[in-house]
Design a protein around this ligand. Structure first.
Ligand code: PHE
Length: 525
């Protein structure tokens, strides 16, 4: 930059190829020098110290084979040079020729030398046919090497290009003029007017950088919602507009009682084993559930009741009091249903006033024939995290979100459950549903829900559901005609399908690309 400014101070620069750069003794005709000059010019241009015009050139450079020929001569010239003069009594056979100048040169060179009339046969051997030759190819290549072109014109160049001895190369050179801010000093212009400059008066002579009103502003870095939160919000709104109330789900830690026993999951069920459930070692034991309810639950497990024979296996207090990370939010549903049944147990008055609940052990006594048995219908949902001791892979993590719901009313049937699912999923943009019989310890019948995914062109499981068993509902205190259906839907699966994500780790965890969260649109199926 300094060199260019100094030069421009005294002379104009009409062709940057004529500059003799510092440290060099010859003009900067080569492409690399011009690239370096361009860098300096652009930097000076941005400060309006100079302006320049660029000119394109097309020059030629030698290929590796071209370089070889410019040094050793063309193949045909080397063939001629290797042969003896005609009539000298000696000759060289093609085999010997190969040994002298190499296979390639001998092969290509002989043909051309014959064509040029430079050599001729003499018996079995070859000899020179003329006393001297002109190696035009070598001469032309040397000219291209030093000037980048041929004085004889394009035809010769085209021929050399065809023989792959030279290739074209684009180049640039420049004419340079002084700009409005021309000076021989490259000191950076000031970008800020400072207090110091004002007090010292330096601002009067300071050189300021111009404002760039074309510059794009800094992109505001606001917060962004994670795709899971967007889909969660959408589902939440659907529940709310269908008249559902949200259940509290803040207790990630539950007891074996609320997570399993209350749901009539047998104490020997495989899901309760260590490989499926994370157990807590500290504290060692949960608080005790309400005494009477606990008694009724343990009795229905061990001995049956409410029309059931039970599991007929010994009840374990220890199993029931184990603390664990909840494996499903149905544990929260159990808490809520137990609360909902408080009126039916006679613990809450019709006006919502709590009675002194001093329940006596034994079956719940309800006055038959009473018009109001205390039951109030309810529609509840929750969306929160659950934990399972899974082998983690592309589609499984040890924690995920469940969309859980229950509907409690008199005389509900399986058709109500199916009807609800159709309405809910239609609101999510999913029209095509299929139901498959399934098994849950706490529901009978149970249904798995499949949705047809048009993009994947296949049926994918989206949820699990069923009618809660009397063995679960009646110990809570619900009248026999109150039926409750419930379901669990994964939040991650529909989110992954919507956002076209096929590895759960790109959605959750430390490998999530932050830009993907910032840029993820609110999409629908
Ligand atoms: N808890 C079940 C699961 O984790 C879902 C479910 C909830 C099924 C309620 C039936 C009733 O898959």
């Amino acid at each position: 930059q300094q060199f260019i400014l100094n030069h421009l101070n005294h002379h104009s620069i009409s062709d940057t190829r004529q500059l003799i750069l510092p440290g060099s003794t010859t003009p900067a005709t080569d492409a690399d020098s011009q690239i370096a000059i361009l860098g300096a010019l652009n930097s000076l241009l941005s400060r309006e110290m100079i302006s320049y015009d660029s000119h394109d050139t097309l020059s030629h450079i030698l290929t590796p084979e071209g370089v070889q020929i410019s040094l050793l001569g063309s193949h045909e010239a080397r063939v001629w040079a290797a042969l003896p003069v005609k009539g000298s009594g000696t000759s060289i056979t093609p085999v010997e020729l190969k040994k002298i100048i190499g296979d390639e040169a001998a092969k290509v060179g002989q043909g051309r030398a014959f064509k040029n009339g430079w050599i001729t046969k003499d018996g079995d051997g070859l000899v020179r046919a003329v006393p001297s030759i002109q190696d035009t190819t070598q001469k032309e290549l040397r000219e291209v090497d030093s000037t980048g072109t041929l004085s004889t014109g394009e035809k010769g160049l085209a021929d050399l290009r065809k023989r792959k001895l030279v290739v074209q190369k684009k180049g640039q050179w420049f004419t340079v003029q002084k700009g409005p801010n021309f000076s021989t000093s490259t000191a950076k212009p000031e970008t800020d007017l400072t207090v110091d400059m004002l007090t010292s008066g330096a601002w009067k002579s300071a050189h300021f950088k111009k404002y760039n009103f074309e510059a794009e502003g800094i992109y505001p870095n606001g917060g962004a919602l994670h795709p899971l939160l967007k889909v969660r919000e959408e589902m939440r709104n659907i529940f709310l507009e269908m008249g559902f109330a949200e259940m509290p789900t803040s207790s990630f830690v539950e007891s074996g009682f609320w997570c399993f026993d209350a749901l009539f999951v047998p104490q020997q069920h495989p899901a309760r084993e260590m490989q499926d459930t994370f157990y807590l070692s500290d504290p060692v034991k949960s608080l005790s559930p309400p005494h009477d309810y606990y008694e009724r639950v343990s009795r229905v497990h061990e001995h049956g009741g409410y029309g059931s024979v039970g599991y007929r296996a010994p009840w374990s207090d220890a199993e029931s009091h184990k603390l664990l990370l909840r494996t499903h939010t149905t544990a929260s549903s159990a808490h809520m249903l137990y609360k909902l049944a408080a009126r039916c147990r006679g613990e809450v008055s019709k006006d919502g006033e709590e009675y002194n609940a001093s329940p006596t052990s034994g079956p719940i006594e309800r006055k038959e024939g009473l018009e109001d048995d205390g039951f109030r219908p309810a529609k509840l949902f929750s969306i929160d995290r659950v934990f399972r001791n899974e082998t983690m892979d592309a589609t499984h993590l040890a924690e995920f979100h469940q969309v859980e719901g229950v509907v409690a009313d008199r005389g509900l049937t399986l058709a109500d459950l199916i009807g609800f699912m159709r309405v809910f999923f239609r609101k999510m943009g999913i029209e095509n549903l299929r139901f498959k019989p399934a098994y849950n310890p706490y529901t009978e019948p149970s249904l798995e829900i499949f949705a047809f995914h048009p993009m994947l062109n296949k049926w994918v499981e989206v949820g699990n559901s069923g009618m809660f068993r009397p063995e679960m509902l009646e110990p809570m205190g619900f009248p026999k005609d109150v039926h409750v259906h419930g379901w669990g839907i994964s939040l991650e699966r529909p989110t992954m399908i919507r956002y076209g994500i096929n590895n759960i780790r790109t959605l959750v965890g430390h490998k999530v690309p932050i830009e993907s969260v910032e840029k993820s649109p609110a999409v629908r199926f």
